[in-house]
Design a protein. Structure first.
Length: 278
């Protein structure tokens, strides 16, 4: 039996509660969910403070994850940013809901808050799960240059691994907007390129500064973004009207030139590179 085609509005932002807006979406209608939910750290988001009792936060998380699984297609993926205090519990919740674990990405950055009694935090976690074992992953779209010239290497590029270095969007950066947890466009580009195709629908139920939808639009994906703060929705709408540079951050490995470990001659190096592009 042929699959029923779902006709759904896309390419819009809406001001609303994430759970209530998720409930309005059809079953199996989303290809990729990429989101940065509140970490429950007491951060001020303008019209709300990110603070709940532990059991309330757990219930809130479980509810939006349950709705996310319902709307995700069988071959869809979900990426969730999370801080250290809750990431282990989030991992277990995703497993308990029946998602399939596929990766725990460490986003390493070089700037951040300093501490005098303890080590200064310099990373965030990104949990990567899929709805089934049959999922989209476009490795060739996210390869980085190899470190060395070797005949056994795929000279079209290496898998970037699960430790990513992207700087924060610094306050002096022209791409910076008035949001406390803005994520780099280049980081979202890697996620969306890897786990969706052109024309797919990308959802961010906690859209914040709008980066996920801005990058999805840039990459010719359809997109939907929710946020409870109308100021952030307006900010996202303004951002998506502008061209983006994708230069707000870069993985420094993307600029490297493979080193000649075995002293290949220039002819052999050229041949390897030529063959990798065919």
């Amino acid at each position: 039996m042929a699959k029923r085609r779902i006709i759904m509005k896309t390419n819009y932002f809406i001001t609303g509660d994430a759970i209530e807006e998720l409930k309005k979406l059809p079953d199996a209608s989303i290809d990729l969910i990429c989101t940065d939910p509140p970490y429950n750290l007491g951060k001020d988001y303008g019209n709300n403070i990110d603070w709940k009792q532990w059991h309330e936060y757990e219930s809130f998380t479980l509810e939006w994850l349950t709705e996310s699984k319902r709307v995700l297609k069988d071959d869809g993926s979900i990426y969730v940013f999370m801080g250290a205090k809750f990431v282990s519990r989030l991992f277990l919740m995703l497993q308990e809901l029946g998602f399939h674990f596929n990766g725990w990405v460490t986003w390493h950055y070089t700037q951040g808050m300093g501490r005098t009694k303890g080590f200064s935090p310099r990373h965030e976690d990104i949990l990567y799960f899929t709805k089934s074992d049959d999922f989209t992953f476009n490795i060739d779209d996210v390869r980085i240059p190899q470190k060395y010239f070797r005949e056994r290497n795929n000279m079209s590029g290496a898998n970037p691994g699960d430790v990513w270095e992207f700087s924060h969007v610094h306050y002096s950066n022209p791409e910076r907007v008035k949001h406390p947890t803005q994520k780099p466009e280049a980081l979202l580009k890697r996620i969306i390129s890897a786990s969706s195709n052109k024309g797919d629908v990308v959802l961010d139920p906690f859209v914040g500064s709008g980066t996920s939808c801005v990058v999805a639009n840039y990459l010719d994906r359809k997109w939907i973004g929710f946020d409870i703060n109308p100021d952030y929705v307006e900010m996202s709408e303004n951002r998506i009207k502008k061209e983006i540079s994708m230069l707000d951050s870069i993985d420094p490995r993307e600029d490297r030139t493979p080193r000649d470990l075995k002293k290949f001659d220039e002819t052999k190096q050229a041949s390897l590179l030529s063959n990798s592009k065919k």
